[in-house]
Design a binder for this molecule. Structure first.
Ligand code: C2G
Length: 138
């Protein structure tokens, strides 16, 4: 059985996230998603709209996802790979070559898949905010 592991915030789940999860799952048999806790998001300088618990509940409903675990620190990845016998860590191409993932090559495969252009959680928030202003004009 080939185990895949990926990391992310996965806030306001959108088709870019889903396409990443789908392709990651297609590379193996079991997909683990480590999602950033609210505390770790603060370290990443991100504030998710949905809490960790809600983001976990949403991801657990995705058919490609077999297990959701918390991402609490940058440094836990090697331990995660060992603990779950991970064969391959998969991330979107915006992480390609990043040392945080390249160091995992001593323990497992590391693969970067093309990021889906034109969508991001930040873009969604901006668009919704603009729409609200637009309504005010009417
Ligand atoms: N992603 C994608 N296409 C998009 C948006 C995101 O393929 N349009 C991918 C990202 O490359 C990442 C995953 O979806 O692999 C989750 O994206 P985020 O929730 O933005 O995760 P990020 O903030 O990059 O956190 O330790 C690693 C970090 O936790 C990654």
């Amino acid at each position: 059985m080939k185990t895949i592991l990926t990391y992310g915030t996965y806030d306001l789940l959108h088709y870019g996230h889903v396409r990443l999860l789908k392709r990651a799952k297609e590379r193996g048999d079991y997909l683990i998603v480590a999602i950033s806790t609210d505390e770790f998001n603060a370290i990443k300088g991100k504030k998710a709209y949905y809490s960790y618990e809600l983001r976990k509940e949403i991801l657990e409903a995705i058919k490609y996802v077999d297990l959701v675990i918390p991402e609490k620190t940058w440094e836990q990845k090697i331990d995660d790979v060992k603990k779950y016998n991970v064969d391959e860590v998969v991330m979107g191409s915006d992480w390609a070559g990043n040392e945080k993932f390249e160091i995992l090559r001593d323990y497992c495969q590391v693969v970067y898949l093309d990021r889906t252009e034109g969508i991001s959680t930040t873009q969604i928030k901006e668009d919704l905010n603009l729409k609200e202003d637009d309504n005010e004009l009417r």
